[in-house]
Design a binder for this molecule. Structure first.
Ligand code: GTP
Length: 377
């Protein structure tokens, strides 16, 4: 079987690193600053590209020195990828540990380049070091708990490359001497091919992870209220329609709860609009804490909020309303009171609009009766 020329493979890796470095660099520039880690992910391919130059191009430096630097830069690229992953998930890099370990590896490589030249030992050291970096990236990603496609793709790429590295390490340690990097053997082509693929797939994985995060952030912005963090009007109404459809299909009742803060205009007028905003945020936090996971809570408009209680009839919704009112009066400086109107789905003829109307009417009834209470309709 004809083996691929190692120089061509290295050049291919360099070209891919160039393209992916540019893509990630542009993303770093134009994506929201909340997407962390892109800088390190963009640096990794740039470093791999420079490594390619040291390996493949004859330069003014001695060949052995070029190999030493090339190996170091390849390792550094994977370290930067690891740091990018940590930053992306909001974890600081352990720089002290990284710098010490990297310096040690470079010293060992220098030893087996100059005083005690051994290509075999250099291969073993670099391979083992990259395997350690891959393992810690893998463990970190696993512990991050994220299981979406881009993370899975990066994990699979790291795991496969790790397998190749371990095979290489084992084979390099089990024979007295191995061929040179530029020997056109099938085994060498396999290792270099795996490296090129790893460079490409890890960079693509980084692109996908960042893009997925931007999509999630945009989705959140489109469905949530900035001030209170609750669902916005459109999103909570969408949930109501979904629940209504479910009730039509399965015949299970659900309840809606309209909540309006009492005398909120007076709060604004007395303490200022900003204080009013803080009261709204505090109200949202307390209410969220009083609800179950399956309940949906959204800002209907101004100081009026809507709660959707799936699978819940009025009798079960009323204690929830009381729980919310209790949660709002705990002695906190931002405490307030609220009037609540509750209604439940009444059967196939009932609509979300009709339910909203009834919940609103019940809430106004609560206001008329003196506020800070719940009425059902
Ligand atoms: N600070 C702040 N105020 C808001 C916001 N949205 C609406 N408001 C204010 O909420 C007040 C609502 O006042 P009203 O509708 O008269 O109701 P109220 O004073 O709560 O009186 P009752 O509902 O009858 O108890 C208005 O002054 C609005 O300007 C907001 O996002 N932040």
């Amino acid at each position: 079987m004809n083996s691929l020329d190692p120089r061509s493979l290295i050049a291919m890796g360099g070209f891919m690193a160039l393209v992916m470095g540019l893509v990630l660099g542009f993303m770093r520039r134009y994506y929201p600053p909340s997407i962390l880690g892109l800088g390190y992910w963009a640096l990794a391919p740039a470093v791999w590209l420079i490594a390619t130059v040291f390996f493949a191009a004859p330069g003014p430096w001695p060949q052995e020195m070029g190999r030493w630097l090339g190996n170091g830069l390849i390792l550094l690229g994977f370290v930067l990828f690891h740091v990018g992953c940590r930053c992306f998930f909001g974890q600081p890099a352990k720089w002290r540990r990284i710098v010490v370990a990297f310096a040690l590896v470079m010293l060992c490589l220098a030893w087996f380049t100059g005083p005690e030249p051994s290509y075999r030992m250099r291969v073993a050291i670099v391979t083992a070091a990259i395997a350690v970096v891959h393992s810690s990236t893998l463990v970190f990603l696993w512990l991050s708990g994220n299981r979406n496609f881009p993370v899975r793709m990066v994990q699979v790429t790291l795991a496969l490359h790790l397998c190749v590295l371990l095979v290489r390490l084992q084979s390099v340690l089990s024979v007295p001497e191995v061929g040179d990097l530029m020997d056109a053997s099938t085994v060498q082509s396999f290792y270099l091919g795996a490296y090129v693929l790893a460079v490409l797939l890890l960079s693509i994985g980084a692109v996908l992870m960042a893009t997925d995060r931007v999509r999630t952030e945009l989705e959140h912005m489109a469905t949530h209220d900035v001030l209170t963090g609750t669902l916005n009007r459109r999103a909570i109404l969408d949930f109501c329609e979904d629940e209504h459809e479910r009730s039509l299909r399965y015949g299970q009742a659900f309840s809606l709860m309209m909540i309006d803060l009492d005398h909120f205009k007076a709060i604004n007028d007395t303490h200022g609009h900003q204080h009013g905003d803080r009261v709204l945020a505090h109200f949202a936090e307390c209410t969220r804490a009083a609800l179950r996971r399956a309940d949906r809570f959204g800002r209907y408009g101004g100081e009026e909020f809507l709660v959707l209680l799936p699978n819940t009839a009025t009798e079960a919704a009323l204690p929830v309303a009381e729980r919310i009112r209790t949660a709002l009066t705990t002695g906190h400086a931002l405490d307030c009171t609220a009037s609540i109107g509750v209604t439940q789905w009444r059967g196939p003829e009932d609509t979300v609009d009709a339910m909203l109307g009834r919940a609103d009417a019940a809430m106004y009834q609560a206001k008329e009766r003196g506020r800070n209470q719940t009425c059902a309709a």
